[in-house]
Design a protein around this ligand. Structure first.
Ligand code: HEC
Length: 238
């Protein structure tokens, strides 16, 4: 999953000539980003456009060792699957996380997830996601994902949204679905590397918040995951 999204972000960067302006506009309310991402073949479909699998339970009952993301590659033209494991199921039996590439945990369906140690120490992505959420999302969605008067509480949204719903909305934006005022705009972040290079981390942090396993404030900081940090910096072009 990591390599898919990093590769996806990389394609977005390479195919984008307006990167600098996109970055500088990233934190303002710009409906401009609403056009479909240029890397359409590999982009997560916006919520609602993704066909539901005929039998979601078939995926859920696959043994963990065949369903983890580690070792999966994404062929060109491959479409992403709808998440068979809504966030709230993470802690249920048979849905334990396993360690994927670069220390990123995945659930049995291969979706990114958190792992909080018994002493409360978060995994790197959960901690990093808290930081990246704070830098990119907090100003609208409020501290700790709790929402504000003008943007939804994401700890509630992720109770029902799948990983791909989430990724599709963050990449392409969303308008007037949560609030039909006509002026309720979630910007599209698909061309902003500060978000795209940390999309999984932000999701993982919010998933942990939605599941109630990470409280408000900064999660207990783990030892640095050098490989994950390097992957993020490589993606950012540092
Ligand atoms: C400029 C303000 C703003 C920023 C910054 C922002 N959002 Fe949003 N977001 C919104 C608004 C407003 C909505 C509701 C749009 C609607 O009414 O459909 C929304 C909706 C969403 C939704 C859909 C939730 C639902 O229940 O419909 C997700 C997921 C989301 N945002 C994630 C993020 C993430 C992750 C970030 C940081 C990378 C972020 N947002 C940054 C304003 C913002």
């Amino acid at each position: 999953m990591n390599s898919k999204l990093i590769a996806f972000a990389g394609v977005m960067l390479l195919s984008t000539s307006s990167l600098t302006s996109a970055q500088s506009e990233g934190t303002t309310v710009v409906p401009a980003g609403q056009e479909a991402p240029t890397a359409g073949a590999t982009a997560p479909a916006p919520a609602g456009d993704t066909p539901a699998p005929a039998d979601p339970t078939a995926l859920a009952s696959e043994p963990a060792e065949t369903a983890t993301a580690s070792g999966k590659t994404m062929a060109a033209g491959d479409t992403m699957k709808v998440d068979a494991h809504p966030s709230k199921d993470t802690a249920s039996e048979g849905n334990a996380p396993s360690e994927g590439e670069e220390g990123k945990y995945v659930d049995p369906a291969g979706n990114p997830t958190y792992r909080i140690a018994e002493d409360g120490t978060a995994d790197w992505y959960t901690w990093r996601g808290f930081k990246k959420y704070g830098a990119n999302c907090l100003q609208c969605h409020g501290p700790d994902g709790m929402g504000s008067s003008f943007a939804p509480n994401l700890t509630e949204s992720l109770q029902t949204q799948s990983y791909y719903d989430f990724a599709g909305i963050v990449v392409s934006g969303q308008q007037n679905q949560w609030n039909s005022s006509g002026n309720s705009i979630m910007p599209a972040w698909g061309e902003d590397p500060n978000v795209m290079c940390s999309l999984d981390a932000i999701y993982i942090y919010l998933r942990a918040r939605a599941d109630g396993v990470v409280g408000r404030g900064e999660p207990k900081r783990p030892a640095k995951n050098e490989a994950a940090q390097k992957a993020e910096y490589d993606c950012l072009g540092f």
